[in-house]
Design a protein around this ligand. Structure first.
Ligand code: ARG
Length: 456
């Protein structure tokens, strides 16, 4: 059989053109959605008497038998038939004869491909939501064990103030919570059916668009046929959300890489999630978080690619739009891989609480607390800040930490210092004291953890 659109042509398509313009190499991923969309369409054609119910039943059976053959890997798709839509239609006609040619009544590949992508992305978005939640759960489980584990908190990657390790982990929990909510919210905008918009202008057949939308599980139908076939916002939105999500994955990965270095030595990733070096026998490399960090590039790239692709396109369909798919598939698959690894890697990492504690003991991250101590005793905070700056300088010169200075050394800087300064400077006290809402105080972190658990 020649091309489904061959009637108007006098020459066969150039082989290079055929290969260059075909999309079957990648849109084959939409095969199940394509058949699902066709089944809903043909049922509607029958119900609306656009074709007979008998013809509709024959076509449905044909589609089912093609589906079976695909499952059993008995089908080979061909570049000559350009894309998944024409491949399936061709198979259908081969399977049930000329009546198969009635499937495409009142429909175009333009609304068909858009429908396929809406179906695909809705399903994948729901799956990704589950995977994000698994990461959140791994973070919350680790946090549960480490409310009272203290780690240096950093600004400018310089030791700043100690924090509960659970607090640090929960910061990522909330980032992923926002990602999850964004994904959930985006479904509202994926949930529109383009089917029945036909090529661009609608169709003279009395199609029932609500019927197909309902059969496919869509909430709404696009109210404008031009918009229905030209809209790729739902993919752009998915790629944007994905870009933010991978940013979070990348930042967390960066911390895991730092923390597992000998310089930090705060965690150890499980052997099952690391790899070795072909030359240096001692190496245990954090390849997984490195790759997660590295995958960010392609996900941002896919967003930029689609934004650029769409920016100059006149309405309605243009062949350029065939380029909308690979980036979407790649982002779905990249995120699926990343999230599937991240959850068990977090769950299995060993937290070296003693090393974290030792790091906190060997820094000046309790300096703010001495300034607060003087401020509580009446010194304006700005003056207290200056005094403690002097104290820190003095301590560094003496080669001592703040807890090691004697009371008379403190009193050289201010007479307000008394014996109770030492309790205030103890790391647990420094953390516990940060009791403002959302702060790292242990009680507040426990409350935060309870709140987090309600989201998973
Ligand atoms: N393979 C095409 C795509 O993915 C399907 C739509 C083709 N429509 C057309 N008018 N050529 O964009």
């Amino acid at each position: 059989m020649s091309k489904l659109w061959g009637g108007r042509f006098t020459k066969p398509t150039d082989k290079l053109v055929e290969e260059y313009t075909s999309s079957i190499g990648f849109d084959v991923k939409l095969v199940l959605q394509d058949i699902q969309g066709s089944k809903a369409h043909v049922k509607m054609l029958g119900k609306c008497s656009i074709i007979t119910e008998e013809e509709a039943a024959q076509i449905t059976e044909g589609l089912q038998s093609i589906e079976k053959k695909i499952e059993n890997e008995e089908v080979e798709f061909s570049v000559e038939d350009e894309d998944i839509h024409m491949n399936i239609e061709k198979l259908l006609i081969e399977e049930i004869g000329p009546v198969g040619g009635k499937l495409h009544t009142g429909r175009s590949r333009n609304d068909q491909v858009a429908t396929d992508m809406h179906l695909y992305l809705k399903e994948k978005t729901n799956q990704l939501i589950g995977l994000v939640e698994a990461v959140q759960k791994a973070l919350a489980d680790q946090a549960e064990h480490h409310v009272e584990t203290i780690i240096p908190g950093y600004t400018h990657l310089q030791r700043a103030q100690p924090v509960s390790f659970a607090h640090h982990l929960l910061a990522y929990f909330w980032m992923f919570e926002r990602d999850k909510q964004r994904l959930q919210d985006s479904i509202k905008r994926i949930d529109w059916s383009p089917l029945g918009a036909a090529a661009l202008a609608g169709t003279p057949y009395p199609v029932d668009r609500k019927m197909t939308a309902e059969a496919l599980g869509f909430e709404n139908v696009y109210p404008n046929s031009l918009d229905a076939v030209s809209d790729r916002d739902f993919i752009l939105e998915f790629l944007s959300i994905s870009s933010i999500l991978i940013t979070h994955i990348s930042r967390l990965s960066e911390e895991l890489i730092l923390w597992s270095s000998q310089e930090f030595d705060f965690i150890e990733l499980d052997d099952a999630f690391c790899t070795g070096s072909s030359i240096m026998p001692q190496k245990k490399n954090p390849d997984v978080p490195e790759l997660l960090r590295g995958k960010t590039g392609r996900i941002y790239g896919n967003l930029m690619g689609l934004l650029t692709l769409l920016k100059g396109l006149p309405l309605a369909y243009n062949k350029d739009m065939q380029e909308d798919k690979e980036g979407m598939f790649d982002t779905v698959e990249t995120l699926d891989g990343a999230l599937s690894l991240l959850a068990p890697m977090l769950a299995s990492m060993e937290v070296k609480g003693a090393n974290m504690r030792q790091a906190v003991n060997e820094d000046y991250s309790n300096a703010t607390d001495i300034a607060d101590y003087l401020a509580v005793k009446g010194m304006p905070f700005r003056d207290a800040h200056a005094v403690i700056g002097q104290v820190v300088l003095y301590a560094i010169e003496q080669g001592k930490y703040l807890l090691e200075l004697k009371l008379d050394e403190y009193q050289q800087f201010s007479e307000l210092f008394e014996d109770d300064i030492y309790e205030k400077l103890a790391p647990d006290q420094v953390v516990a004291a940060r009791s403002s809402e959302g702060g790292t105080g242990f009680k507040q972190v426990k409350e935060q953890l309870d709140l987090a658990k309600k989201h998973i």
